[in-house]
Each structure stands twice: as C-alpha cells, then as structure tokens.
Design a protein around this ligand. Structure first.
Ligand code: ADE
Ligand code: ZN
Length: 333
C-alpha cells in the first residue's frame, strides 16, 4: 500500500479538535444569514484572506468572532454534523471534541442550547456514520477562576454527556495554576482532565498541568522537548500529547513543517498523537495533518501506524475498543 492509501485506510481517533474551529466559512455565511447576523466579510474568499495568523492570539480574535453567529440548537447541530462528515471522509472513527461553553453563554446563549445541539449530532453520527464520540468542555483561561467555577456549575446537570474538562484560549500569562481549585472540583465530580500546555507557553506550564491539574492528557505539549526532565516524566508515565502539526505551522509555533518535533518525540518514546485543532482555520482535517508530517518528516509506514494506534490508546474509550482498533491497524499492509 502506498503512503497516501495507508493514511486514508488507517482508522483514527481525533483527540484535539475544537468544534468551533471546524466552522467552515460557507456554513458561517449560511448560519449568519439565517440568524440575520452581520459578519465583517463580503465573501468566502475574503474570510479566507483574513486567516493570516502570526500567533495564537491573532487566531483567537477571529475564531471568537466567527462563533458569534451560532445562536440556536440547530446551529450547533449543523456545525458538529459538518465536522462528522469530514471525519467520515478521513476515516476518523472516534472523536473527542472540545467545546467552549463560555464563548456562547457570555453572549446569552443557554448552556443547554449548546450541549443539546452537539449531543444530537453525536447521536446521529453514531447511528448514521458509525462514528463514536465524547464531548470535553473547556474553560477559557483568559477569563477568571470564578467564571470557570460558574461554568462547571452549569455543566453539572449534563455531567453524563460530558466526559472531561479542558483548558484552552490565550496561554501566555494564564498558567494552569490559575485553575488548580476548579480542576480539583471537576475531578471530584468525576470528569477526566486535559489541558492545553506547552503550545506557546513554556515547559513549566506542562509541569503545572501534570502536578496541579492532574491531567490525563496534555494538549499540544510540543515545547516539553526543551526540558529533559519533563521528557523523562512524560515517557515514564506514558502521558499522551495531542499534537496538531498544521496548527503549529499556521500559528508560527514552528516555522517550517520540516522542523516539527513530532517525529523526534515519537522516536524518543513520547506518546504523541496527530490532531487537527481548528481545521477550518488551519488548512486541513486529520488526513491533511498526517500527509503534511509524512511528507515533511519522511515518516515510515510503521510510524504512521504507531501514530494511529497511539490515538486510540490515548483516547477515553474502553480497553476492548482500544484493542479492536489496534488489531485492525496492525493488520493493514
Ligand atoms: N482554542 C481553539 N484553538 C486553540 C488553540 N490551538 N490553543 C488554545 N486555545 C484554542
Ligand atoms: Zn487546541
């Protein structure tokens, strides 16, 4: 099997995708029109021209503005359904999607509206596409600890529909330590824990995510390589990193894909996985990310298979499901 065929044939789990980051300009225009909300662009082309980021914040400003057109339950359904169709094209058979409740509740949209739309899309994806999924809600770290506590409170009635809690938005100046207490409460309530750390922020933030938030996975974490002691810890604990290559390139975390460290991390024994982060904004979904690193870093077919196996092992599915997908991957030749 040639490499492109292998990438397409591999069953994959996506563990780091922001549902608001899958919002394609075409759908944004459609929903904006439906909801009679003005957006500052005349055409899809103009939107795409605005996607010219130089760091995380320059992206986040545009990403939050795009989310403003989402009002009704059906909007959240349409958003998630469009993403599931991309999963089907890329053979992503399981996904653990982030959503940012505060981006919506701060605009007066009920938590319930958001989760009901997303959940209905998840149910349809299982029934119609055979794709399984979990929802992870993220706190916006540029907002206060108090606001995160309020969001956690709002989530409690929907606890059965939310597998975990994460931390995203502007990393620099908002260390995991700021949210230590709210994550302790989330853990008490039975949520699994993830956090963005070591994307733009230093290795120190990864230590904090491990020691203070007690994460089950690190989102990004590519700057961990700067700290040999941290690398030893990640390897010893088999701590997954959900790496997002096209995102890192678009946000100038790396200047060239040939300089990306995902292959070095894999070779050193770090449990890395491949993910799309905000695919509508960063130029590609799951397979585009696989293709980009396979080409730029000259990955072997065995390495590609290992990355796909890692995605299931790092996921929140059962041990039996993990074993089932691992066997399927090993049997691809
Ligand atoms: N929100 C959406 N995408 C993000 C990213 N890559 N980092 C931090 N927050 C985000
Ligand atoms: Zn992210």
């Amino acid at each position: 099997m040639d490499q492109l065929e292998l990438i397409r044939a591999l069953p994959k789990a996506e563990l780091h995708v922001h549902i608001e980051g899958t919002f394609e300009p075409e759908l944004m225009f459609e929903i904006a029109q439906r909801n009679q909300i003005a957006i500052p662009y005349q055409s899809v082309e103009e939107v795409k021209q605005a996607y010219n980021f130089h760091n995380l914040q320059s992206f986040l400003d545009i990403y939050y503005a795009g989310a403003n057109v989402l009002i009704h339950e059906q909007d959240f359904y349409d958003l998630a359904w469009a993403y599931f169709e991309k999963c089907a094209e890329d053979n992503v058979v399981h996904t653990e999607m982030f959503f940012d409740p505060q981006t919506h509740t701060d605009r007066g949209i009920a938590f319930e509206t958001v989760i009901n739309g997303l959940q209905r899309a998840c149910d349809d994806a299982k029934a119609k596409l055979g794709i399984t999924s979990h929802l992870i809600m993220c706190f916006l770290r540029h907002l206060s600890e108090e606001a995160a506590f309020e969001t956690l409170e709002q989530a409690l009635p929907f606890k059965d529909q939310i597998i975990g809690v994460g931390l995203d938005s502007s990393e620099m100046g908002h260390p995991p330590a700021k949210f230590e207490r709210v994550f302790a409460k989330a853990r008490e309530q039975g949520f699994l824990i993830v956090a963005h750390a070591g994307e733009e922020g230093p290795a120190e933030y990864v230590w904090e995510a491990l020691d203070l938030l007690k994460v089950n996975r690190i989102d990004h974490g590519v700057r961990s390589e700067e700290d040999p002691k941290l690398m030893q810890r990640l390897i010893a604990e088999k701590m997954p990193l959900t790496v997002c290559p096209l995102s890192n390139l678009k946000l100038c975390v790396v200047n060239d894909m040939a300089e990306h460290n995902i292959r070095r991390l894999l070779q050193q024994g770090v449990h890395v996985t491949v993910n799309s982060d905000d695919p509508s904004y960063f130029g590609g979904y799951m397979n585009d990310n696989f293709i980009a690193i396979a080409q730029a870093l000259d990955l072997s077919n065995e390495e590609l298979k290992q990355l796909a196996i890692n995605s299931f092992e790092a996921s929140f599915i059962s041990a039996e499901e993990k074993q089932k997908w691992k066997l399927q991957i090993e049997n691809l030749h």
